[in-house]
Design a protein around this ligand. Structure first.
Ligand SMILES: Cc1ncc(COP(=O)(O)O)c(C=O)c1O
Length: 354
């Protein structure tokens, strides 16, 4: 390039978000790296998407995804004005940043956490500062409040640890936070409880959910945000005009109308999560208690290091996740919970490597 790079300096300085690998479909790798659901969605959902392909794709979709918002309101006992839909929950997180964070304003989250928050903050021209999890992984409420951040993200169950903090701590955080609190519930369907009831008492709370994990629709890209009508109305202003396409809207409505059909798959994943946790502990790994569809395991000493496990398991056909750029995660690997057969194969691969 002959002329100076015309991109904004802050964009030039940042590295973009690195998503988990989506392997070439011709390579027979078992994907235990991006927390997708190993089970397909119910037939009713696939049928709804298929039938949408026969409708008028010539026409734009509903701008605010009202049918999805109505279905979500019915499923979760909310009003449609409290619901906002996104092209994946990442799209909702982008809307949150656009709506609530101005130039040089502060954003924080207990860390390690989902690294997209930092990327989105930088794109918005804000400043992201980690608030470290303490050693016992309790919610650092005082530190989060003291950070004076305009926006605080808490993932519950947290990624990549899978642990949950008490809902009472989230309530306390909302009460005392100087700005908005986003409770990212991407993995909440695998957990014991959720934060929906907190919406009644806290008008600075936004809950985000995704259909990519428990609802088996990562390829469709649908996320949901729940908050009060005032904040939702502000977020609608910054949304891409038609942020969900017709196929996503049809699939999302069908998924919400068929939540009961997902229960056996979710129960199977939770059972596997307990089994694999114990199996890995028996093999010398330290595994945090997880309420998500993944586990974070510290690799046993005197074996391979974290990156070594990533590469060796890959050679055996199992793709897992390693976050080596964060020193706190250097000796850890994250494993998505798949089917029983997939996890049997994974454990056998681990045995061969030990
Ligand atoms: C904590 C967390 N939030 C949000 C997302 C994004 O999900 P979506 O596929 O809905 O964009 C992920 C995906 O991995 C995640 O781990």
């Amino acid at each position: 390039m002959n002329r100076p790079n015309p991109a904004r300096i802050d964009i030039q300085k940042m590295s973009g978000y690195t998503p988990g690998e989506q392997p070439d479909p011709s390579r027979p790798l078992t994907k235990l790296n991006t927390n997708e659901n190993p089970f397909p969605p119910p037939k009713a959902v696939l049928d709804a998407i298929l039938s949408a392909t026969k409708q008028n794709l010539r026409l734009y979709p509903e701008p605010s995804s009202i049918s999805v918002r109505q279905a979500a309101a019915k499923a979760y006992n909310l009003k449609p004005e409290q619901v906002i839909a996104g092209n994946g929950s990442d799209d909702l997180l982008t809307m949150v940043l656009r709506t609530f964070v101005g130039h040089k304003q502060l954003v924080t989250a207990p860390a390690p956490t989902y690294s997209l928050y930092e990327t989105l903050t930088k794109i918005q021209g804000g400043i992201f500062k980690d608030t470290p999890w303490p050693d016992d992984f309790s919610l650092p409420i005082d530190d989060l409040i003291k950070s004076n951040a305009q926006l605080i993200f808490v993932v519950r169950p947290n990624a990549p640890t899978g642990h949950v903090v008490p809902l009472a701590d989230i309530a306390k955080l909302c009460e005392n936070a100087p700005g908005v609190v986003v409770l990212d519930e991407a993995y909440v369907d695998f957990a014991e409880d959720n934060g929906l009831s907190l919406l009644n008492d806290h008008d600075n709370l936004i809950i985000t959910r995704t259909m990519s994990k428990s609802l088996g629709l990562a390829g469709l890209r649908v996320g949901l945000g729940f908050t009060n009508p005032t904040l939702a109305a502000e977020m609608h202003k910054v949304r891409d005009s038609y942020n969900l396409n017709r196929l996503s809207q049809a699939g999302a409505v069908a998924a919400l109308d068929n939540l009961a059909a997902y229960k056996p798959g979710i129960a199977a994943i939770r059972n596997e999560r307990s089994r694999v946790t114990i199996e890995l502990q028996n093999r010398g790994f330290t595994v945090m208690d997880s309420q998500a569809n993944f586990i974070l395991a510290t690799v046993p000493k005197d074996t391979l290091n974290g990156e070594g496990w990533l590469n060796a398991l890959r050679n055996k056909g199992y793709l897992i996740r390693y976050f080596g750029s964060d020193p706190r995660l250097a000796d850890k690997i994250r494993i998505t919970i798949g089917t029983k057969d997939e996890m049997d194969g994974f454990l056998q691969a681990v045995d061969e490597l030990l």
